[in-house]
Design a binder for this molecule. Sequence first.
Ligand SMILES: Cc1cc2nc3c(=O)[nH]c(=O)nc-3n(C[C@H](O)[C@H](O)[C@H](O)COP(=O)(O)OP(=O)(O)OC[C@H]3O[C@@H](n4cnc5c(N)ncnc54)[C@H](O)[C@@H]3O)c2cc1C
Length: 225
Amino acid sequence: MQLVLPSVELLDISTSSTRKIEKAARTCYQSEGKIGKNSDKKLVRKLMELNHGAMLEFADMTLRFVVDRGVSHELVRHRLVSFAQESTRYCKYGNGVTFIIPCWVNLPAGEYNWEQGEWCRAEGPIPGMTLNESEWLHAMWRAQESYLELINRAGDAWSAQQARSVLPNSLKTQICMKANLREWIHIFKERTSPKAHPQMREVMEMAVMIAAQKVPMLFNQFICK
Ligand SMILES: Cc1cc2nc3c(=O)[nH]c(=O)nc-3n(C[C@H](O)[C@H](O)[C@H](O)COP(=O)(O)OP(=O)(O)OC[C@H]3O[C@@H](n4cnc5c(N)ncnc54)[C@H](O)[C@@H]3O)c2cc1C
């Protein structure tokens, strides 16, 4: 059984996002002649002030998230996003199941095994854990054991799409999300708010750092001070 931490990776972002936005927006004002050094930055700032968000739809960003199924279930509620997600119908976890460590569980990432009444970890000893952390770890182990039992039962094995019914919300999944920058602003507003789930905030704060590095004028506003 593998325990991993959530992560986010940039797959793609429109080259010269603010220039793309500028070209589209200047069509409205027939002011292409004003394109010059830093004119894109000035115009995008103006568009933000005017709440002319439609122009931000002319640039896109694609991120790949490694999260648990609980978080991914919330992500797919964003209707303006294109998705590609690891399939529990077609991926068979015959070598063991991978789970995401919740941000309130203080366990190191790595390979865990329950052998002769104790936890063994290839990477070294496991630091003392709380009763709840131990309960969570056992729940993941039991889910993995049931899953492996079902897909391996001689003469009556279940397919991956049948056996997945025993897998919990903490199952690791990969999900790609492609959206325009207006929609990313909307997502970051919703999902970095204190009202969002802590695991959602955890990955959205990583996503914000990536986005802010690429287009600071749009995304710096979401960096937690
Ligand atoms: C704190 C929090 C708690 C939540 N709790 C629950 C819950 O208990 N149960 C539950 O079911 N969901 C819950 N959700 C999910 C929520 O209901 C939305 O499905 C999700 O946040 C996506 O938001 P959205 O619709 O604004 O965004 P998107 O789907 O990304 O859409 C972006 C924007 O496009 C516009 N838009 C998109 N589609 C339409 C449309 N058909 N008509 C008009 N305008 C549209 C809207 O302006 C929308 O804000 C929760 C979300 C949050 C952040």
